[in-house]
Design a protein around this ligand. Structure first.
Ligand SMILES: Cc1cc2nc3c(=O)[nH]c(=O)nc-3n(C[C@H](O)[C@H](O)[C@H](O)COP(=O)(O)O)c2cc1C
Length: 303
């Protein structure tokens, strides 16, 4: 009998729907005991978000200042841990970071094989690098990574995802597609659970090779790599400024957040499309380096 712990933190329930699909085959397997648990912050975050609440978590997310979380009812030992998380400002969400910094996580993750599952807009590369270092700090072994991203082109989701997070509205409007991950893609996530169930039957979690390769677990868009790296560098600078301006929700912090939000909006309507165009133009000359970076970011599961 194999024991699997599945953990996640989801606000709207989208990531939970993805995890439900992955968990289903594990629950149906008589040889697997699957504990499926939500990570719960001590002080819940709002959803939908108010504008200032949303940006107030920005510096803490970027600098991995996790929040306090409630202890989770679990067993002492598991054969495999599946950890579902969303990306907040190019970082693991604060509740997931908080959990990974807890004493409970230190005990649970030590020497354990881990599969991460990300459901986000489409910027998760830096978040997963941060996740890798958190897991390494816990002594865990990352075996696989599954990533599902919002439907529609990046330029559209710059509008549809924030609209959804700030209003709760996911419907398609004007020429914009529905917000979030497509229902078909969520349904198809069951293939990862099916493969995990057969891999556990063959003790594959005890080895270091990926269990989920050739399933389309990850698909990195090479043209977005540079944008994400540049964005993260600017996030580090602005987070520092916002933190210096005052405690969360203080007047000082909200003033700097207002300036930052205007700056960000101007950036999104000017430099982001320009940067995308430049990246498209120089892509043929940088193809080799970008292709190598894509392969690296798609590890350990690959396409
Ligand atoms: C505060 C905040 C920051 C976010 N930042 C990012 C981001 O940097 N990259 C990204 O792809 N998605 C980002 N998202 C979207 C989430 O990753 C996720 O898709 C969305 O919150 C829905 O997840 P849920 O299952 O928790 O409802 C952000 C969401 C929130 C709430």
């Amino acid at each position: 009998m194999k024991k699997v712990l599945v953990l996640y933190y989801s606000q709207s329930g989208q990531l939970k729907k993805v995890m439900d699909r992955i968990v289903m085959p594990l629950k149906h397997d008589d040889e697997i005991e699957c504990d499926y648990r939500a990570i719960k912050p001590l002080h819940p975050y709002p959803y939908p978000w108010l504008f200032y609440n949303f940006f107030n978590v920005f510096p803490e997310a970027v600098y991995l200042d996790g929040c306090d979380v409630k202890p989770i009812k679990v067993q002492d030992e598991y054969d495999l841990i599946v950890l579902g998380y969303t990306s907040w400002f190019l970082s693991p969400s604060i509740p997931v970071t908080g959990f990974l910094q807890s004493d409970q996580a230190k005990r649970l993750f030590k020497d354990k094989p881990v599969v991460t599952v990300i459901a986000c807009r489409d910027m998760w590369l830096v978040a997963q690098e941060k996740m890798k270092s958190l897991l390494k700090g816990l002594g865990a072994r990352l075996l696989d990574n599954v990533v599902l991203t919002d439907q529609g082109k990046s330029l559209y989701t710059f509008v549809t995802t924030p609209r959804w997070l700030l209003t709760g509205k996911k419907d398609a409007f004007w020429f914009f597609p529905q917000a979030g991950i497509s229902e078909e893609e969520i349904a198809a996530a069951s293939r990862f659970g099916e493969r995990l169930s057969s891999a556990l039957g063959k003790d594959e979690e005890k080895h270091s090779a990926s269990m989920l390769n050739h399933l389309g677990a990850v698909n990195v868009n090479g043209k977005l790599i540079a944008s994400e790296r540049i964005a993260h560098r600017s996030f580090l600078i602005w987070s520092k400024l916002i933190k210096k301006a005052g405690k969360p929700n203080s007047q000082g912090r909200n003033v700097v957040i207002t300036i930052y939000a205007i700056f960000l909006l101007l950036l999104i309507v000017t430099l982001v499309p320009l940067n995308m165009l430049i990246r498209k133009l120089i892509y043929p000359f940088r193809k080799k380096a970008i292709d190598e970076a894509v392969i690296n970011y798609e590890l350990p599961s690959g396409r």
